[in-house]
Design a protein around this ligand. Structure first.
Ligand SMILES: [Zn+2]
Length: 127
């Protein structure tokens, strides 16, 4: 889905970083404060600013299914702001009514191999 949407938020069009480079960055830096997985409270704010989110166009709490046709790539700001409101309630355009933003942005996915090699060369992670 993130590839389908060219790593751009389907609501505001901002380019976002894919999950894999953030996980590789976490391993390369070796500091657990940059963890990508876990609860929101376990993650650093910088990760929340960059990580890609799958947003339910029809909110899950209102019966929206977790299926590709109801999920769009979202930046954290749009996802958190939209919360469980409908597009109509927020006056948002339906993201399916326009094509995804394309700019050549790759979500930083080409950096994964280099970051992983750096993490392996660095050795065990710091606390
Ligand atoms: Zn957005």
């Amino acid at each position: 889905m993130f590839e389908r949407d060219h790593y751009h938020c389907r609501y505001c069009g901002v380019p976002i970083v894919a999950k894999e480079p953030l996980r590789a960055f976490e391993r390369a830096v070796g500091i657990s404060v940059f963890r990508v997985l876990g609860t929101n409270a376990q993650q650093h704010g910088v990760i929340h600013a960059f990580k890609v989110v799958a947003d339910h166009v029809v909110p899950h709490k209102l019966g929206g299914r977790t299926l590709p046709e109801n999920l769009v790539t979202s930046c954290p700001g749009c996802n958190y702001g939209k919360e469980n409101f409908t597009l109509e309630q927020l006056g948002l355009d339906n993201p399916w009514d326009r094509p995804p933003t394309t700019s050549g942005w790759d979500g930083l996915t080409p950096l994964v191999a280099g970051l992983n090699a750096h993490a392996e060369a660095r050795g065990p992670a710091m606390a």
